[in-house]
Write a protein that binds this ligand. Sequence first.
Ligand code: SF4
Length: 475
Amino acid sequence: MTNQWKEYLNAYREAHGRPPAYLTETMGCQMNERDSETIAGLLCDLGCAPAASREEADIIVVNTCSVRENADNRFFGMLGRIKKIKEARPDTVTAVCGCMMQQQHIVDAIKERYPWVDIVFGTHNLHEFPGLLQSAALEKAKAVLIRDEGGEIVEGLPSKRKSPFKAYVNVMYGCDNHCTYCIVPYTRGRERSRRPAAVEREVRALAADGVKEILLLGQNVNSYRGRDEGSAGAENGGLAEGCCGAEGGKLDFPGLIGRLNAIEGIERIRFMTSHPKDLSQRLIDAYRDCGKLCGAIHLPVQSGSSRVLARMNRRYTKEAYLELIERLRATSPDIAITTDFIVGFPGETQADFEETMDLIERVRFDSAFTFLYSKRKGTPAAAYADEVPEDVKHRRFDRMVERLNAITAEKNRACIGRAEIVLAEGPSKTNPAMMTGRTDSGKLVHFRAPAECAGRMLPVRITGARTFSLYGELT
Ligand code: SF4
């Protein structure tokens, strides 16, 4: 913290009787949620405090997503509303960051048409935000700084987590896969894996801080390869050393899970997101060998047509995906499998769509995120001419969602009568009298329990089911 900033803080406290208040608004995926926790940590380190609402915030940071067109539209709509706040309180500092800011045409648009935005930074330079904030707040200067590529991974940045007992842990950044519809490789850059020792250190600190469950994050965690200086003094959970987890001094993802599995205090390990082409037998075996690895996998398939998968540059076929599912279920019969689908990719025929519906029947996913294809400027697929008409897209989408939800509901009904261990997360958003939490397989459960049970792993018998959640009672 610079002396200038200290003076600014003191003057601010004297004038307002409180420190500057900040608000982070996050759009998009868990990677963005994690980045916003870092931005909040940086702001707390600068002596700022969380604001309850946009209207009370002196510093507003919008962390953007660019995965689909409607995300862009939502962002520009939000900037319009922030303009009113800025007009009412001109000293409010507004900052924008995230995936949209890694696209020059967006940054140009902000400079030209949204002059009330003070700071623009990207996905590769969160650590530079404090400096940008100080020049914007102290010198009233516009601060725009975008890094094209992510350099050395900056470790040890502060973080203000949303949950006291669950935590996001980045294991890698970027993606080298270049699926033809996806903007991520252009906004998050090349794949870079954190060193295993750094991840272990972070997870040890989280465990010491009372965290029970970690969600390991990466655009494609399966291709994790961390430069390994050997385990940070921890006894290894079997899978790490000695079973060629570390090749050429680089530890693979199952090896990393093996190490984290040995850390005292952590009770559950989850990860997001996997690419089917990189799902190894070693990772499948980790579900058998690592007791803390939760029985659930999110394995985006996108389409059930091998022809469409090839045009998406997904590099696996329908048959290969089905074979992976078979191997997963052979090792972990009760594993919960969720996925992503894109409907209406350019050139998708009715026959392609029927292939997708067939895959849904053969896999019977526990749940799925479903998206209408959205053209992204700068992606190869944006140049594909053979677009699927909107009405056809919507008709297919509705039919797919109806079938997926029916299967999800059937699978949830099959849970009735089961005894589950649930990590109690806090009062239910829909009914504060109920506690809510998730089973090992990731299913949402509502059950009656005193508020002080939050953060505990509790035995719950499932007594009822809805499409997207379960009901239970403490046993
Ligand atoms: S794997 Fe494909 S869809 Fe996923 S982030 Fe990488 S390029 Fe995008």
